[in-house]
Design a protein around this ligand. Structure first.
Ligand code: SAM
Length: 248
């Protein structure tokens, strides 16, 4: 019995070391503990509904995790965010976490190339009474950002920007977003630990998409670390989120 338990523990530890593991914590049990003790019992009903609806979708791997949703919600309240932006919506879990945190006259410019997935979550967002805070734009984010940057009055106008989309464009987004976020405001880049692959050896058996985007994530992390316009904090929440506070 004792041997079995030890073997199970060892094999769980081994599994955890596989590259591509979802949780960055010491064990699955520890992550489950966080979810069950402090996240699920406090998760607002609409977020639970959206999470369960999204779990049935074939691309559910893309959704923001419940603990990260809780973190974003708290963060937005702490900074009194009012004017925000999100790049990469999918079915809207992080969007709903944001919308619920903002005051009634708060705003989110939300962009995604896929409207269909957003529309799956939209009835839940409407039911939660926060849809009026969201302006959804279908299409690639870059041209929208270029347009915003063209107009001086948008400069320094965002309190918070969450980026959770095409990783190969994060550095290009950063060039524009740094103009749009206010001094003292935050940009959050998601997936900056990229399934743990940022520390994988070159011959590690990575899934194709993980391997493809890894170099872009590594390049982003290096660039953010030396960017004098921001202070940064990389958190092992979800798949890794780097918070960048604009200081100049
Ligand atoms: C990881 S998912 C976003 C997850 C979402 N934040 C959530 O809470 O469920 C990434 C999303 O980025 C979108 N995307 C990919 N390329 C994009 C682009 N160039 N512009 C805008 N959105 C894009 C995809 O369609 C996808 O829905």
């Amino acid at each position: 019995m004792a041997t079995n338990t030890t073997q199970e523990q060892q094999s769980a530890a081994g599994r955890h070391q596989e590259v591509g593991h979802k949780s960055l914590l010491q064990s699955d049990a520890l992550y489950q503990y966080i979810l069950e003790t402090s996240v699920y019992p406090r998760e607002p009903e609409p977020m639970k509904e959206l999470r369960e609806l999204t779990a049935k979708h074939p691309w559910n791997l893309m959704t923001t995790s419940a603990d990260e949703g809780q973190f974003l919600n708290m963060l937005l309240k702490l900074i009194n965010a009012k004017n925000t932006m999100e790049i990469g919506v999918y079915t809207g879990y992080s969007l709903l976490a944001t919308a619920l945190a903002l005051p009634d006259d708060g705003k989110i410019l939300a962009m995604d190339i896929n409207r269909e997935n957003y529309e799956l979550g939209l009835p839940v967002i409407r039911k939660a009474g926060v849809a009026h805070k969201i302006e959804f734009k279908e299409g690639p984010a870059m041209p929208v950002l270029d347009k915003l940057v063209e107009d001086e009055k948008n400069h320094g106008s965002y309190d918070f920007i969450f980026v959770d989309a095409d990783k190969d464009n994060y550095l290009n987004y950063h060039k524009r977003l740094i103009e749009l976020v206010k001094v003292g405001g935050l940009i959050g880049y998601d997936n900056t630990l990229w399934n743990g692959s940022v520390v994988a050896p070159p011959d590690a058996p990575l899934r194709k998409y993980v391997r493809y985007y890894r170099d872009f994530v590594l390049e982003l992390n290096k660039a953010l670390a030396v960017d004098p316009r921001i202070e940064i904090c990389m958190l092992p929440v979800g798949d890794g989120i780097t918070l960048c506070r604009r200081v100049k």
